[in-house]
Design a protein around this ligand. Structure first.
Ligand SMILES: [Zn+2]
Length: 343
C-alpha cells in the first residue's frame, strides 16, 4: 500500500495522515463580518475513495449537523483509507437565520452549479462544488423535511439510472430507498453530470434533532464508508431488514381548508381506499375524509394541523416489493411539499 498524495482544498495542502479544518471564504455579511464555510478534512494514510458528507444545504435542516458531529467524534483515522470532507453547515447564511433559504430567498439546492460572480447562492454553490464536491468520488447529502413536516428516514437516489447508486444506498441501510428524478439546479444533478456518486438522506423535521433520524444517519454513513473500503469491514451486531424500494411517490392534498386530523403515522403501510384522516372546520361540522389513492407506505406527513385546500399533507410511496408491504415496520416520521421537496 502506498501513502496517498497530498490534497489541496482552498488554500490548504493536506498531507496523508493529516486531519484539519479548512475555511472556504464566502461573501461577507453586510456588517462586514467575515463568513466562511467550515470543512473538516480527514486525509487517510492510504489512498481510497474521496467522500463528502454535507448538511444544512437548507439552513434549517439541522439533523445532519449533529450526524456529522457524531461521525467525526467516532471516526478513527488509523484504520481509515481515502479522504473524508465533512461540511456540517453548507448554507451558513440560512443556518444563521434558522432558514431554509439564503438571505435573498434563493434555494441553494436549486442554484448548482452556480458561478463565481453570480448571486450569493450561485457563489456558495460554486464554492462548494469546486472546493469540495469536485474533489470527491462519492457524496452523502443530509436533509430533513421542510418546516411543518416530518420525514421517514429514507435515501433518495437516481437508482433506476445508476445501479452503483442503488448499491451505495443499500449499504446505508435506511428503512426506505426512493428513486427520484434529478431536480434542475440540485447538488445531485450537478454530481450526476460530473460522475460523482451522490445519495441524499432525508429524515425528520427542520429545526429539531430527531434521535432516530440521527442514529440511522450516523450508522448509515459508517456503513457506506465500510462498503466503499474506507473502513475495515465489520460484522453487524444485528442483521437489519433489507431497505424497502420505491420507484415513485405521490402527495395527498387537503380536500378542503380546515383542521387536519391524520390517523396514520410515518412508516404505516396503507391500502388503496383506506381512510387516512379528515379535514374539518373548527366545529367539526363540515368534514371531508381523506382516503389513500393507492396502496403504499406513508413516508411524509404534515405536523401542522391547519391546512388550506390543496396543501400537501401526506407523502405516499409506491413500494416495488409489494409483497413486503404487510411487514413494513411501523415507525413515526414525515416530509416537504412537492415544490419544496429536497432532492
Ligand atoms: Zn433539504
Amino acid at each position: 500500500m502506498t501513502t496517498q498524495a497530498p490534497i489541496l482544498i482552498g488554500d490548504r495542502t493536506i498531507t496523508a495522515g493529516e486531519q484539519r479544518y479548512v475555511h472556504l471564504p464566502l461573501p461577507h455579511l453586510y456588517t462586514h463580518a467575515r463568513i466562511s464555510m467550515p470543512v473538516y478534512v480527514i486525509h487517510g494514510l492510504q489512498a481510497g475513495p474521496r467522500l463528502f458528507v454535507s448538511a444544512a444545504i437548507h439552513g434549517d435542516e439541522i439533523n445532519g449537523v449533529e450526524i456529522i458531529r457524531r461521525v467525526l467524534s467516532t471516526l478513527n483515522i488509523k484504520t481509515f483509507s481515502g479522504t473524508l470532507l465533512a461540511v456540517p453547515v453548507v448554507n451558513v447564511y440560512g443556518f444563521l437565520d434558522k432558514s431554509r433559504y439564503l438571505p435573498d430567498r434563493r434555494d441553494l439546492n436549486r442554484s448548482f452549479p452556480g458561478s463565481e460572480h453570480g448571486s450569493m447562492a450561485a457563489q456558495l454553490a460554486h464554492q462548494f462544488l469546486h472546493e469540495v464536491a469536485n474533489l470527491c468520488t462519492h457524496g452523502i447529502d443530509l436533509h430533513t423535511a421542510a418546516i411543518g413536516r416530518d420525514n421517514l428516514p429514507q435515501i433518495r437516489a437516481h437508482f433506476k439510472q445508476d445501479p452503483e447508486l442503488l448499491a451505495m444506498a443499500q449499504a446505508f441501510q435506511p428503512p426506505l430507498i426512493l428513486s427520484t428524478s434529478l431536480r434542475e439546479g440540485s447538488l445531485r444533478e450537478a454530481g450526476f453530470k460530473r460522475n460523482i456518486k451522490i445519495i441524499l438522506y432525508e429524515a425528520g423535521e427542520a429545526l429539531r434533532f430527531g434521535e432516530e433520524a440521527i442514529q440511522i444517519g450516523v450508522e448509515g454513513i459508517f456503513s457506506v464508508m465500510r462498503y466503499l473500503g474506507m473502513l475495515p469491514a465489520e460484522q453487524p451486531a444485528l442483521a437489519k431488514p433489507e431497505p424497502l424500494l420505491s420507484d415513485s411517490s405521490v402527495w395527498i392534498r387537503a380536500p378542503q381548508s380546515g383542521i387536519l386530523h391524520v390517523k396514520v403515522g410515518l412508516g404505516t403501510a396503507v391500502s388503496q381506499g383506506e381512510l387516512l384522516g379528515h379535514v374539518a372546520d373548527p366545529f367539526g361540522a363540515h368534514l371531508e375524509k381523506i382516503y389513500a389513492p393507492k396502496t403504499g407506505l406513508i413516508i411524509g406527513v404534515s405536523t401542522l394541523p391547519l391546512v388550506h385546500e390543496g396543501e400537501a399533507i401526506l407523502h405516499l410511496a409506491h413500494l416495488m416489493q409489494s409483497d413486503t408491504i404487510a411487514s413494513a415496520e411501523p415507525q413515526h416520521e414525515i416530509e416537504p411539499e412537492p415544490e419544496l421537496a429536497n432532492l
